[in-house]
Design a protein around this ligand. Structure first.
Ligand code: DSN
Length: 414
């Protein structure tokens, strides 16, 4: 693979190759990342990228869409089957644009909606003041309890009944605990609100049956590249009564020509998620995260909410006397990729917060299991306890590389 690129543009080729090697030789532990299959990558690298297809299958504004229509219909049908959904829109380019489309469909500018606070684990698009969601809508926030660092559903219900938002958004990007989507639906419906479940992070776990289901939500949005292990993109699923509004909001409301090469790759990943090996993969992601949390916790690092129910572990780096930035930078130098993150009731700045977020989807894709997670946990602990020690980081980097050799990602790119 990549032979033509190599011949024609060695500058881009060399950079692409360096990135492939970085992924190969390191431990990619950013919980929102994964290694998609070669079939997914191949679908994206096709001449489908050349085609304009504004509109929807059977109702395009351009000719020549007979095969594109079949591809998009296939993606729609597979998404509906996989999620047991009434309706699927597979055109959103990213999670943010998908959430924009849902807001555009369901709310008027200035309307009240409710989402999880960013610093408690929510997403930028769930109402952060620096994001379109916080600028255009009247967003109120729920968070986690100070002692348990978990959502308190009674308090959430109380807030919803008091504020009466038109839409309640569930879902998070840095919440290590299970989310009870049925409780969100019940609370939303009690006040006549719509429940949007943003399941981007945990979608694979839900489909694999190792996380509570989200099908009671009126609208479900998910990115496709995290635990679902597809292309970098998103979809929206909804009850039939919202289908027209959602479709109109995506196109012509927000987007122009859909990226049909990515839609083809989404169709491929939906099929992969229906295969028998998907469930054991998701089970292993969760087991791996639990072991990682245990090793780090046993080594004296404070784990937010004292553990994890999903694919991610959020640690308080200040518990070992450093910041999230110092810790994640030191880990990067040792070949371990994580991200600095705020923790609930954060006292530091988002640029150099207290926390570090890490997860297991990518390592599990490589075939790593409990034993390797124990090793990773020990590597991480040594670096975080002595982040300025260059020799130590060099040594850990060597050990990381040794470990990764046993768990290759893509032989096609070697
Ligand atoms: N930026 C993604 C994450 O890392 O969780 C969410 O959009």
């Amino acid at each position: 693979m990549l032979e033509s690129l190599k011949k024609q543009d060695s500058v881009v080729y060399n950079l692409v190759k360096s990135e492939i090697n970085r992924q190969k030789n390191g431990l990619c532990m950013i919980p929102s990342e994964n290694h998609a299959s070669v079939a997914v990558l191949e679908a994206m690298g096709t001449p489908l990228s050349n085609k304009y297809s504004e509109g929807y299958p059977g109702k395009r504004y351009y000719t020549g869409n007979q095969f594109i229509d079949q591809i998009e219909n296939l993606a729609i049908e597979r998404a509906k089957k996989l999620f047991k959904a009434d309706h699927a829109n597979v055109q959103p380019n990213a999670g943010s644009t998908a959430n924009q489309a849902v807001y555009f469909a369901m709310l008027n500018v200035g309307d009240k909606a409710m989402g999880m606070d960013l610093s408690h684990g929510g997403h930028l698009t769930h109402g952060s003041p620096v994001n379109f969601s916080g600028k255009l809508y009247n967003m109120i926030h729920y968070g986690v309890e100070k002692d348990t660092e978990r959502i308190n559903y009674d308090k959430l219900a109380e807030l919803a009944h008091k504020e009466k938002p038109k839409m309640i958004i569930s879902g998070a990007t840095a919440y290590p605990r299970e989310i009870d989507f049925d409780k969100f639906t019940k609370i939303a419906h009690e006040i006549g609100a719509v429940h949007l479940a943003d399941v981007s992070h945990i979608v694979g776990l839900i489909l694999g049956g190792v996380h509570k289901d989200c099908s009671s939500a009126d609208i479900v949005m998910t990115t496709t590249h995290k635990t679902l292990r597809g292309p970098r993109s998103a979809i929206i699923l909804c009850k039939e009564k919202f289908a027209k509004q959602i479709d109109k909001a995506v196109f012509p409301g927000l987007q122009g020509g859909p990226m049909e090469h990515v839609i083809a790759a989404k169709a491929v990943c939906f099929e992969e998620a229906m295969k028998p090996d998907f469930k054991p993969y998701q089970e292993q992601i969760k087991k791996n995260a639990a072991i990682l949390a245990k090793v780090l916790g046993d080594n004296g690092i404070r784990i937010i909410s004292r553990g994890t129910d999903n694919h991610l572990v959020l640690i308080d780096a200040t518990s070992v006397g450093i910041t999230g930035k110092i810790g994640s930078t030191a880990l990067e130098e040792a070949g371990i990729y994580t991200n600095r993150n705020t923790i609930p009731f954060e006292t530091r700045s988002p640029f150099d917060p207290s926390g570090i977020r890490m997860g297991t989807p990518s390592l599990t894709t490589r075939g790593m299991k409990e034993g390797e997670m124990e090793q990773a946990g020990e590597f991480i602990t040594s670096v975080l306890k002595d982040p300025g020690n260059a020799d130590l980081k060099k040594g850990i980097r060597k050990n990381v590389e040794k470990l990764t050799v046993e768990f290759p990602i893509y032989k096609e790119f070697d």
